[in-house]
Structures are given as C-alpha cells and as structure tokens.
Design a binder for this molecule. Structure first.
Ligand code: GDP
Ligand code: IMO
Ligand code: MG
Length: 426
C-alpha cells in the first residue's frame, strides 16, 4: 500500500521543513504544496549551494520527483515564472513535465500587495508584520468569492474585463483607507495576460492528477508551509497567516480525500523562533536570544528580517502535536544550542497564578502567560554535523528524549547542520 506523508511545521514557521522535505522526497514519487504562497521560504542545501524555494515544492532537486502546487496555494504568477526559470538555469534542465500547477489556484494580483500595505499601515502598532506578498488580501478575495484563478488567467478573452471590474472595487477601498496610491488596471491586464502564457505549460487539474497517481500506487509527500501556530483557524489569531498550514489543510488544499493522508510528521526546532508580531511566551529578549540568532543565523529566508528567538515552547508544541496527531517528528538545529550550560524548556503556562490546561485561544492571554521552565543540562561541546544518535553528547540525547517524552511523539530525524548529510536518521 502506498504511504503518503504530510510534513508540517510545529511552530511559527521556518522550522527547517525545506531541508526535511528535500531529504525525504527521495523516497516519494511526488511532493505537493497545499497552502500558502511565496510568503514561504524553504531552504534546501544541495552540495555547497543554498537555494530558497518560495512556491516550488522542495522535492524539485530530486530529478525523479514530480512537484505539484495545489489549489489551496495562492499564486503570484510572476513569482512562479522567476522561480522556475532560476531553478531551470541552476539545474540546467527544464522543469516542464515535472512541475504541475492547479488551474484552481487563486491569483495574487499587484493590488493585493498595495491593499496589504494600506491595511498594515492603518493597523500601526497592532500590525501583523506580514511578508508583504499580498497573501492575506488574496485569500480574502477567495473567501469573498470574487478572486481570480489560474483558469481565468488562461482565458485572455475575458481576463481584461474581470481585472478592470475588480480594480474599480480595490481603488474604492484604497480611497476609503486614505492610502496615497491607486491601481492602474491596464498595466495589470497586459502583464497578467503575458504571465498566463508564461505559466500555461505547468497548468493542469492537479486534483485529477494526484488522485490518478495515488490510485496507481504512487507515494506523495504533502509539504506544509508556515507552521501550525500560523494556521488561520488553529494558530495565534490574529497573528497568523491566512491559510490552513496544519495537516487539516492537506485534503482541501489538494482536492484529495483525507483518507489518502497516512502519516503526519512534524518539524520543530530544538528552540523556538517567530517572525512578525504576536505573542511569543518563551521569547528571550536578552543576550541568550541574540546568541541563538547569531548561531542559528535566524534571519527570514523570504524577507531577511531578524527572527525573534527563544526557548522551546512545550505547551505550544504539545498543542501542535494534538491538532496534527503527529506520528513522528524531526528536531532541527540542535547544534545551535551547543554553547549553553543550561537550556530552559517551557513545560507549562501559568496565567493569573494557575497552570493552563489548554493552549489559549486569545492572543491577549497568550501574551500574558508566565512560562514555567525546567532547566535542562547543556552539552557545551560541538554537535555540528553529527550523523549518529550514539555520537551525540549525552546531555543532547537527554534533551531530545525529554522533548520526545514530553510530547509523546517519537523522534525520527535530528538535524545538526543545514546540509543534507548533517542529519541523524532514527
Ligand atoms: P523552512 O521555512 O521550515 O523550510 O525553514 P527555513 O529554510 O526558512 O529556515 C531554516 C534555516 O535553518 C535554513 O537557513 C536552513 O538552512 C537552516 N537549518 C536547517 N537545519 C539546520 C540545522 O540542523 N542546523 C543549522 N545550524 N541550520 C539548519
Ligand atoms: P515558511 O514556510 C515564518 C508570518 C509572517 C507574519 C504572518 C503573516 O518559510 O515557514 P503573511 O505574509 O503570511 O500574511 O504573514 O506569518 N509568516 C511566516 N513566518 N515562516 C513562514 O513560512 C511564514 N510565512 C508567513 O512573518 O508574522
Ligand atoms: Mg522559511
């Protein structure tokens, strides 16, 4: 029987999903993205070259693997054209015949970025700190049932008319927001008609495609973007992205039955990071947070922003374990903790003097919980590049076992560096 696997972020994104999906994709026939857009930045190291993928699935560097961008993704067609060309140049072969984009993907248009800038500006201190890629407004148009899709892009006869009608609405909104910029529909009509031709070679009904290959016994890896705590339903709302990043998004985002998801693997750092605003109970604002950022090179893969850094957040990861029903997990960037004598591990949240049983829904509560830490022994020796569990320092083994026992999830991979080979397979 085929065994399809979902790989999801356990935290607030950037856990190292790109590295894990690249490694695992060797054992799959297809890798499919089910949500998000080019807000994602998935780093894959091939040889001594580092690639950051935004839209294209992280299986693309395995020449035998088919890659799918499903209907749950919001697509900026120019971003896809540029990324596919960059990969073709780097690999020296075309990705045509190996990269498939759903004809049902909703499109990101230039006005989505402008609207996002206007809304973030208006929010001021309360802004989300988005990646400015137009993701939220594009999903708003989808849910509002007025968005344009890839199938619209491929019909040049009617595209202009549809874009012009939408731009009138968008300019009204910008005016109401008193934003000093309006949108010119004609430049969009011209460029999007060209982009349609540029991506036509990739477009199919990816739901039909996936259902057929699954029926034929092929194995599919579902690649999550962002992380569970950024999921629009389950995350730290409103400081979330606008899609279903957790495992629940796989079926609706790809047009397959949930029956075809056989296992779920979570990817988590050995500590925690977050980019953008929102509550982060275990954030370390002092010297130790800076040390994690320096050692872990914690700067956004998409925007270059410094990531906020802190200790492992047990209650948040336990919540992610629950909602995804994780079968196993990959713990990343253990090497980043090499220098600490003691490593705090948050085991509970206290709020108004009592320990919280459930992960709070209200961001205001999460922002005011007091983390309860257990201090674990550091190892203060290099774990960089270790490939065997037995070669890990004893204190690092204890730290990882503690996390696994705490979450009740077995560890299947441990990562000790960005390269493919700097990995322990368990
Ligand atoms: P993703 O969005 O989940 O794919 O993660 P990102 O690519 O945004 O961020 C993870 C970063 O950590 C990338 O720069 C990786 O190259 C790097 N990385 C992954 N695993 C390890 C590791 O075990 N150790 C170190 N030091 N870096 C790692
Ligand atoms: P990967 O797939 C980390 C964050 C943004 C912001 C919030 C909303 O690389 O893990 P958006 O532009 O999506 O509307 O921004 O979500 N965010 C991410 N943080 N990793 C990502 O993707 C992210 N994608 C979005 O920083 O806080
Ligand atoms: Mg990333």
């Amino acid at each position: 029987m085929s065994q399809n696997l979902a790989v999801v972020g356990v935290q607030w994104g950037d856990e190292g999903k790109g590295k894990i999906v690249d490694i695992l994709s060797e054992h799959f026939d297809c890798v499919a993205r089910y949500q998000g857009g080019h807000n994602a930045g998935h780093t894959v190291n091939v040889g001594n070259r580092r690639h950051v993928l935004h839209l294209i699935p992280s299986g693309i560097f395995q020449p035998r693997v088919q890659c799918v961008i499903g209907s749950g993704v919001v697509l900026d067609p120019l971003a896809l054209i540029e990324e596919s060309q960059a990969i073709e140049k780097m690999m020296g072969v075309s990705v045509e015949g190996r990269l498939w984009v759903s004809n049902r993907c909703h499109l990101i248009l230039p006005y989505h970025r402008v609207l996002e800038a206007a809304i973030e500006k208006q929010l001021g201190e309360r802004r989300i700190g988005t990646t400015s890629r137009g993701i939220g407004p594009a999903y708003e148009d989808k849910m509002g049932r007025r968005g344009l899709r890839v199938c619209d892009l491929l019909d040049p006869e009617t595209l202009g008319e549809k874009i012009r009608a939408l731009v009138i609405e968008k300019n009204r909104t910008l005016e109401a927001l008193k934003y000093p910029q309006t949108i010119d529909p004609e430049s969009i009509v011209d460029s999007y008609a060209r982009y349609g031709e540029g991506i036509r070679r990739f477009v199919v009904d990816t739901s039909a495609y996936l259902n057929e290959i699954i029926r034929n016994g092929k194995k599919v890896l579902f690649e999550g973007a962002q992380g569970t705590l950024l999921d629009v339903d389950l995350g730290t709302f409103p400081f979330v992205t606008s899609s279903s990043a957790a495992a629940g998004g796989v079926a609706s985002g790809l047009g397959i039955s949930p029956k075809h998801i056989h296992r779920v693997m979570g990817v988590t750092k050995a500590y925690t990071t977050r980019v953008g605003s929102g509550p982060f109970p275990t954030e370390s604002l002092g010297r130790e947070g800076d040390q994690i950022r320096d050692r872990g090179n914690e700067f956004g893969s998409t925007t270059g922003r410094p990531r906020r850094c802190g200790w492992f957040d047990g209650p948040a990861a336990r919540y992610a374990t629950l909602v995804n029903a994780l079968d196993s997990m990959a713990i990343m960037k253990v090497d980043v903790l090499d220098t600490f004598a003691e490593i705090p591990f948050c085991i509970d949240y206290k709020y108004k003097g009592s320990v919280l049983k459930d992960f709070p829904a209200d961001a205001a509560i999460l922002g005011n919980v007091e983390p309860v830490y257990k201090n674990l022994r550091g190892w203060q020796t290099s774990s960089v590049g270790i490939q065997e569990w037995s070669a890990l320092p004893a204190a690092a083994q204890d730290y990882l076992k503690f996390a696994s026992d705490y979450l009740g999830v077995p560890i299947s991979m441990v990562s000790t560096g960005p390269a493919r080979h700097e990995t322990i397979h368990i």
